[in-house]
Design a protein around this ligand. Structure first.
Ligand code: C2E
Ligand code: MG
Ligand code: MG
Ligand code: MG
Length: 293
């Protein structure tokens, strides 16, 4: 009796699968073409001192404008770019754009009040031989001092390819770049790992930040993360701060830096300087983490 229905379901499943595969192939072809034409851009989201609202840095976020579909969210294309290797030219593009952007901010605002730029780096980029040289080259070409740049690596990636990735990051840190653990709380770092990670900053994932105003349990958890970061000498940045209530709670817990729609959505490059205005000079970069052992 159920056989007919089962078959119907199977057919529907097959055709859905087929559609998904075709869509993915189309997206892949479009992404390949976009890389050839470099039809990407980079937006910059302020990272602010939540006590004053002044930006200390900006996170560079890749944007792809598909000719027919319009903007494609990074969630859809970054993973695909990773699988296909296209992340290398895309990552390179973002790196160069971001370096050029900081150079302009420095030229416009002077060295002391220029914000830093924070760049997301994927697994595949870190595993590419010569990545350190690529980063060095991009900063040298734009004449950007390494201490104006932070690299964001997701917690899960830091745990995956530990040996090669940690060595690479240590080298970059010794050049003066900062390293942030991105989306913290979504991986499963043990305390002993966290203590040894070659990182300066911990970014609390939005999934934790957004709930602090609604649950006491969550509040205690985030407070624990902030204390832990302090103990380990890591600076902390909260992602996804959307409301005044969340901002106040985080400040009370001792988390001073944050980013989120409350302060600003990611901005077009040309709007960054206007957004900064001629307000007070942003603070310095987060301090490098003292050597551990
Ligand atoms: P992420 O590194 O955790 O970046 C933060 C994401 O949260 C950004 O999404 C940002 O627009 C969004 N966001 C910021 N504030 C708020 C807020 O208050 N509320 C909400 N709901 N969202 C907020 P976006 O730009 O869509 O990027 C998504 C992810 O794609 C990034 O997460 C990052 O993992 C990845 N990504 C973006 N650009 C690049 C890139 O150039 N290279 C690599 N490897 N990954 C990238
Ligand atoms: Mg990030
Ligand atoms: Mg993040
Ligand atoms: Mg995130």
């Amino acid at each position: 009796v159920a056989k007919g229905a089962g078959k119907g379901r199977w057919c529907r499943y097959q055709s859905e699968l087929h559609t998904a595969i075709v869509e993915r192939l189309e997206l892949r072809a479009a992404l390949t073409e976009a890389v050839q034409k470099l039809s990407f851009s980079v937006d910059y989201q302020p990272i602010v001192d939540m006590r004053t609202g002044v930006a200390v840095g900006f996170e560079a976020l890749a944007r792809w404008h598909h000719p027919a579909r319009g903007p494609v969210p990074p969630e859809l294309f970054i993973g695909l770019a990773e699988e296909t290797g296209l992340i290398e030219p895309i990552g390179d593009y973002v790196l160069r754009q971001a370096a050029g952007a900081v150079a302009r901010w420095r030229a416009e605002r002077g060295d002391m009040s220029a914000p830093y730029v924070s760049i997301n780096v994927s697994a595949r980029q870190l595993r590419t031989p010569g990545f350190v040289g690529t980063v060095r080259g991009a900063l040298a070409a734009a004449e950007v001092p390494p201490d104006r740049v932070m690299l964001e690596i997701t917690e899960s990636l830091l745990l995956r390819d530990q040996e090669p990735v940690w060595a690479e990051l240590s080298e970059l840190r010794s050049l003066g770049l900062r390293v942030a653990i991105d989306d913290f709380g979504t991986g499963f770092s043990s305390l002993s790992y966290l203590q040894q990670m070659p990182a300066d900053v911990l970014k609390i994932d939005r999934s934790f930040t957004e709930t602090v105003a609604s649950s006491r349990r969550q509040r205690l958890l985030v407070e624990g993360i902030i204390r832990l970061a302090g103990t380990l000498g890591l600076d902390i940045i909260a992602e996804g701060v959307e409301t005044e209530a969340v901002r106040t709670i985080l400040l009370d817990m001792g988390c001073a830096s944050g980013q989120g729609y409350l302060f600003s959505r990611p901005l077009k490059d040309r709007d960054v300087l206007g957004w900064l205005g001629d307000g007070p000079a942003p603070g310095a970069l987060p301090k490098p983490r003292p050597a551990t052992d």
